[in-house]
Design a protein around this ligand. Structure first.
Ligand code: PBG
Length: 330
């Protein structure tokens, strides 16, 4: 038998494999999500996310410097307030923790990194939902849009370059675009979390932001069973004027990511969420998988499926290793 095709030929040596790699990682396409907590003066570890902390304003600034010197593309900020209420007042207060952190980040690294902010009410509401509730206790879509518009103005005023709409309310991109344009913030960009699924992989994040949520988010986040619906959500966000769209989580939704990137004419990002981080860290801590290889493989797979950039809690560490260091920064 004459074998005509020998794919193994190109796998024979490390230089050959490096040369023919179809997907490469660059620090510039990594975005670091960061948590800043009000009222603490030392960072607080998040037990379900070893290596990730709730930052004090001080530790936040030094982590921003580390991120900038590693050359990542940007940071996505989340605030953890002391006080919560039914409408999430802290989200729109200019002295609310997220807005304070945003101004600090812009002053610290605004020239080097794209400072981005998470626009959602869940960290700020006492019931933990992403929107405000109606009299029957249901998340009220259109009343929430008004809060999102106010929150967007607060983020833009604080200097956010790109506002991430993660709440999954219908029409949120259009509502926020309108509010920004009406207040002369037409240069502030919008990241639509277009296809965001109601996922168990957000578990550790709930600890990270001290979430008050009882129940779940299945009336606004998507059913994991639905693939086509991811395309519908992406189409709606693009039509409403999103500058970038996202698929989230990443690893269990690579089919959706691939579909969305095939139809999108704007950048498509993916969020490697807290549970994806926790699974790899936990297995590696047991010695069950090779931590460095698993991290790089997971991020490459997300890029290969079609993400132009990846939000990952390993962003700074991976960027350092791409710059020639080892993954744990030694
Ligand atoms: C909601 C929000 C969540 C995450 C990012 N934004 C949690 C949720 O929807 O329940 C999860 C991110 C992660 O798990 O890493 N504001």
């Amino acid at each position: 038998m004459a074998i005509v095709e020998r794919p193994r030929r190109l796998r024979a040596t490390a230089p050959l494999r490096r040369l023919v790699a179809e997907t490469r990682l660059n620090p510039a396409e990594l975005i670091l999500p960061m948590f800043v907590r009000e009222g603490i003066d030392a960072p607080v570890p998040i037990s379900s996310m070893p290596g990730v902390v709730q930052h004090s304003l001080d530790s936040f600034k030094s982590a921003l410097q580390d991120a900038a010197s590693a050359g990542i593309g940007g940071v996505m900020l989340f605030g953890v307030p002391v006080h919560k209420d039914a409408v999430g007042s802290g989200a729109t207060d200019e002295n609310g923790i997220l807005n304070v952190a945003t101004r600090a980040a812009v002053a610290e690294v605004g020239d080097a990194l794209v400072v981005q902010t998470d626009l959602c009410l869940d960290e700020f509401t006492d019931h933990g939902h992403c929107g405000v509730l109606d009299a029957a206790g249901r998340v009220d879509n259109d009343a929430t849009l008004l809060r999102y518009q106010e929150m967007a103005l607060a983020h833009a005023a604080a200097g956010s370059a790109l506002i991430g709409l993660s709440g999954m309310m219908d029409n949120q991109v259009e509502a926020v675009r309108e509010a920004l344009d009406g207040a002369a913030y037409s240069d502030t960009a919008i990241l639509g979390y277009a296809a965001k699924y109601a996922s168990s992989f957000y578990g550790p994040f709930r600890e990270a932001v001290d979430s008050s949520l009882q129940g779940d988010r299945r009336t606004y986040q998507q059913d994991p069973a639905n693939r086509r619906e991811g395309l519908r959500e992406a189409r709606l966000d693009i039509e409403q004027g999103a500058d970038v769209i996202m698929v989230k989580p990443a690893m269990s939704y690579l089919d959706v990511l691939s579909d969305v990137s095939a139809i999108s004419d704007i950048p498509v990002w993916a969020y490697q969420v807290s549970g994806e981080y926790a699974m790899i860290e936990a297995a590696a801590a047991h010695g069950w998988i090779d931590r460095e290889r698993a991290i790089l493989e997971s991020i490459v797979s997300i890029r290969r499926a079609g993400a132009d950039a990846v939000l990952t809690y390993w962003a700074t560490e991976v960027a350092r290793s791409l710059n020639g260091g080892s993954l744990n920064g030694q």
